[in-house]
Design a protein around this ligand. Structure first.
Ligand code: NI
Length: 195
């Protein structure tokens, strides 16, 4: 089932999400629905707070929208990378390394806005998979960036929070419009009801 995506301005997007335990009610269905929702919106990552659940869960598919299963597709100017399709539970970034690089990010909760965000290229992530097996793994490049973006959602951070003050000021009007439901997103969204 495709779930409505919470729009900028929803308080759930600003909350720090909680760890979950094995046997978490409805988890299998939620993971399925999150992949479906992400694909319907042409996203490469989706975090549980974006569908209204303040839990440490996100899904990633770096090749969403491409027919190619083994990884020819890559953002322009980047080396082709293997496809990363995975469920991340209780994920924490342990380390970030390397020279920051800029890349234009977007977010399904902030439709129509893309801005360059600087992030470090190499991360070490501790997480559990959908079977709650523990992993500590290194990710680089685009995969690392998608994980950093989704991991931010678990801490109540949006990519717009990383922008320099001037850029932030320039998009303020657009952000307000989104929070009030003025957007032409092609997927179902949920906005905070007007008071
Ligand atoms: Ni996002």
């Amino acid at each position: 089932m495709v779930l409505p995506i919470r729009a900028f301005g929803d308080p759930v997007l600003k909350k720090v999400a909680s760890d979950i335990e094995q046997g978490h009610a409805g988890l299998d269905q939620l993971v399925k629905d999150m992949f479906e929702t992400m694909y319907a919106a042409n996203g490469v990552g989706l975090a549980a707070p974006q569908v209204g659940q303040s839990i440490r869960l996100f899904v990633v598919d770096t090749h969403a929208g491409s027919d190619d299963e083994d990884g020819e597709a890559a953002p322009e100017g980047m080396e082709p990378e293997p496809r990363l399709k995975r469920v991340f539970i209780n994920a924490y970034i342990m380390e970030e390394e390397g020279q920051e690089w800029g890349f234009e990010e977007g977010c399904l909760s902030i439709p129509g806005i893309r801005e360059e965000v600087d992030r470090q290229p190499r991360i070490t992530l501790r997480y559990q998979d959908e079977k709650f097996e523990e992993h500590e793994e290194e990710f680089v490049g685009f995969a690392a960036r998608v994980i950093q973006h989704e991991h931010d959602h678990l801490d109540g951070i949006l990519f717009t929070d990383h922008l320099p003050p001037l850029r932030k000021r320039l998009i303020q009007g657009k952000l307000r419009d989104i929070s009030m439901g003025k957007t032409d997103a092609k997927y179902p969204m949920r906005f905070v009801p007007k008071k």
